[in-house]
Design a binder for this molecule. Sequence first.
Ligand code: NDP
Length: 439
Amino acid sequence: KHSSPAQSEFYQAVEEVLDSLEPVLETSDRYQQESIIQRIVEPERQIMFRVPWVDDNGRIQVNKGYRIEFNSALGPYKGGLRFHPSVNASIIKFLGFEQIFKNALTGLPIGGGKGGANFNPKGRSDGEIMRFCQSFMTELYRHIGPNTDVPAGDIGVGAREIGYMFGQYKRLTGRYEGVLTGKSLLWGGSLVRKEATGYGAVYFAEYMLEARNETLKGKKCLISGAGNVAIYAMEKLYQLGAIPVSCSDSRGTIYHEKGIDLDLLKELKEVRRKSLEEYLQTHSDAQYIPVSDYPADGNAVWRLKADAAFPCATQNELSGEDAQALLANGCTVVSEGANMPSTQAAVDAFIAAKIAYGPGKAANAGGVATSQLEMAQNASMQSWTFEQVDNRLKEIMKNIFNAANDTAIEYGQPGNLVLGANIAGFKRVAEAMIEQGAV
Ligand code: NDP
C-alpha cells in the first residue's frame, strides 16, 4: 500500500478492490501462481496525445488527450470519454480499472477502457467544441474500431460530442461502423442508451430494496449532479412513485422539497446549458446553496434529510462526514450513479451500518451494458424497440444485483455488495485471463 501516491484516485480504486479480494486470495493461491493481480493492475496499453485546436479568436489551444486500453480478456475495450479540466492520468486510470470489473459484472463480452481530455467545454461555442472533437479524433481514430475499442460518453461528452467525433472518424477512415456508442437515434444510436445509467441505478436500488421487502415508492431521494445520469435517475424515480428533492452542479445545490421540476431541469441543462441557480427564477420556493456555503468537510447535498441517496456527479463527492449525516438523517438506501463518488470512509460507514448500498461498479453498469446492446444492434444492422432494450436493461441490472448479492453471501458477508461485486467481477476476468495464457 502507498501512503501518498501520485495517482491517488487510481490507488484508491485498486486498494478497494484488493481489500475485497482478500478472502479469495487467502483460500486459493491459484491467482497468485498466475500473477493475476500483477497483470490486472497494469494497463495493456496507455495512449497519451496532444490535442491542438483553434479557438474562436483564432488562437491555437492545446489539451492533453488520453485513452487507456486496460483489459481485453472479455472483449473489445469499452468505456467512456471524459472532457473535464480535472482529467489527468490518475483519473483516467482509476476509471479504466473500475470499468474492467463493471463490464465483467454485466455478463456481456466487453473489456475495460477509458479516455478523455483535460478540456473544459464550459463557455465554449459549438464551433470550438466541434474543432476540439475533430482534433481529438484525428489522433484517437488509429487506436479504436468496432472490434478493438469502442468509446462512449462520460462527463462533458454527450450526443453532440459523440456526433462530432463520429463524423471525423468516418471522414478519416471512410467507414460507417459502430465505433462509438451513445450516438444519435437518427444514425445508429440505441433507444434507452441516454436513459440507461440513471434508470439502471434506480433499478438497482429497487432490487436492493426488494431483497429487504421494501420499495422506492414514496421515498424522498437526494440526487447530486444535474447531467445525463442525474436527470434520468430522477425520471425513473418519479415513474416509480419516489420524490427526488435535490440536484447539484459544480457551482451549487438545489433543494426543492415538493420535488425537482424535471422538465425545467432538462431545459436548463440539456438545451440551454445553464447554471442551476436559474432554477430559482421559476421556483422561488426552492433553496439554492452555493458551493461557498458547503460544509468544510463535505457536500451540502448529503446534509439534507431524505430516505435514499443517488450520487450522480463525480468521484469523491461524498465524504465520511457526509455519510454519517445521511445515516443520522435516516437514509437507508445509497445507489451510486457516478463512479467512486463515496470516499473510502463513506463506504466503510455504509457497510458498517448495513444499509442497502450499491457501489458504482454494480449500480451504474446499466450505461455500459446498454452501450453493448447498441454495438449488438449496429453489428446486426437492427434497431430494437424501447421496451426491448429497457427489458434487457432491467434483466441485466437484476443479474448484476444477484451476482453481487450471492457472492457476498458465499463469502460470508451477506449484504456487502462492494465485496460481492468486486469478487464476482474479478473472478470472471481472472478466469478468462488464465485461459488466454501469459498475455
Ligand atoms: P454529465 O457531464 O452529463 O454531468 C455531470 C454532472 O456532475 C454535472 O451536473 C456537473 O456539473 C457535475 N459535476 C461534474 N464534475 C463535478 C465536480 N468536480 N464537482 C461538482 N459537480 C461536478 O456527466 P454524466 O452524468 O454522464 O456523469 C456523471 C457521473 O456518472 C460520472 O462519475 C460518470 O463517470 C458516471 N457514469 C456515467 C455514465 C454515462 O453513461 N454517462 C455511465 C456510468 C457512470 P457542471 O455541469 O456544473 O460541471
